[in-house]
Write a protein that binds this ligand. Sequence first.
Ligand code: GLU
Length: 452
Amino acid sequence: MAGSKAVQKEVKEFMTGLKRRNPHEGEFHQAVQELVETVMPYYLDHDQFRKWRILERMTEPDRVVMFRVTWSDDTGTIRANKAWRVQFNNAIGPYKGGMRFHPSVTLSVLKFLGFEQCFKNALTGLPMGGAKGGSNFNPKGRSDLEIMRFCHSLMTELFRHIGESKDVPAGDIGVGAREIGYMFGQYKRLENNFVGVLTGKGLEYGGSLIRKEATGYGTVYFAQNMLNHIDDSVEGKDVVVSGSGNVATYAIEKVLHYGGKPLTASDSGGSIYDPDGIDEEKLEFIKQLKEVRRGRISEYAEKYSSAKYLEGKRPWGVKCDIALPCATQNELNADDAKELIDNGVRVVAEGANMPSTLEAVHHFLDAGVLFGPAKAANAGGVAVSGLEQSQNSLRISWDAEEVDGRLQNIMKDIHAKCVKYGEGDGKVNYVAGANIAGFEKVAAAMVAYGVV
Ligand code: GLU
């Protein structure tokens, strides 16, 4: 293993070059820095990867498609949005990754997400390359018909860049079953081809059972695996969750299955803290509120007097054993991490993509918190997307038990890979483990192809 001074120097030099080549892309720099910090010692020890300049090549997307999406709103006003598909790396399988519709979407955000996706997908053990796409379109307050027109227009360009063996998009923030339905319908019409070109589809037209639950369930399976590894479990633990979308609600559901006590949920307006715990009935209220009525989480505190609404606040000040950030990137900073550590947090598993800042991650690792990074802890979603692709190719559908069983095994395997590559001094560094395990697989495939 190379000495740490030499490693730091290499990391610094590499990052200087990356920042020069990709100016003004803060989120992308952050995602690469997180990987390179832990992978560099391994990289320096493996001449075949260095010789082939794998790290330099891996941090440059294969291609980026950027396009305009024009549509008309319900008042007849013409709107134009920006959209992208970042096809990052297809060394180990067709490009795979979600589409995000949110006003915060920029090329930098999609490059960080596409980059992370390469390693996450590799960790699942399934043949999937990495990609991400999306638009700065804001779906909030838009009618169904507006969403439909936007999705149809977007697919009218995107269809020529994707395909079941080429690139298979899915959902992410702002893109759920409704949006996937509209996009799939337009693809089918344009190509006259009924194939599994998107995942997260409705059950009536090729979707998989457990896909909706997969990311949230997977995050809690991962937390359970980390705890089992030290002879403990989620049972009886206080759990703080951020977010109230798919990932958060199904994480809360799995915490309940395991006998833990979920205390919080949040949205962009604030958080609710329910000291009595969010039980099955209250969870059902959140699901209806968010999935059907598309309302605000503050309504929870109006309905349940046991709960407090923390306006404009994230839930990290609530004392807990386990924290599951399931909302969005950089939602948990260094101060939040310190507060969680002071309050005795023992496990953090990331349900969202890059929810913790780099400083926050360092604090957790220094304090000996079991920290499951997004690449590992939220890989359950894309893993079941991979299973959806398998079912589509086989033209069969597995029952919920079969899919859930496979998901549990995949999360267990990911945990084992993290232990294999991240164990040292009797402790597991899950960040290093996930990064090195994912990197090794993609790198080995790239070496096999020669200079391409
Ligand atoms: N957007 C999810 C993720 O971040 C799922 C991607 C997929 O299913 O392709 O992994």
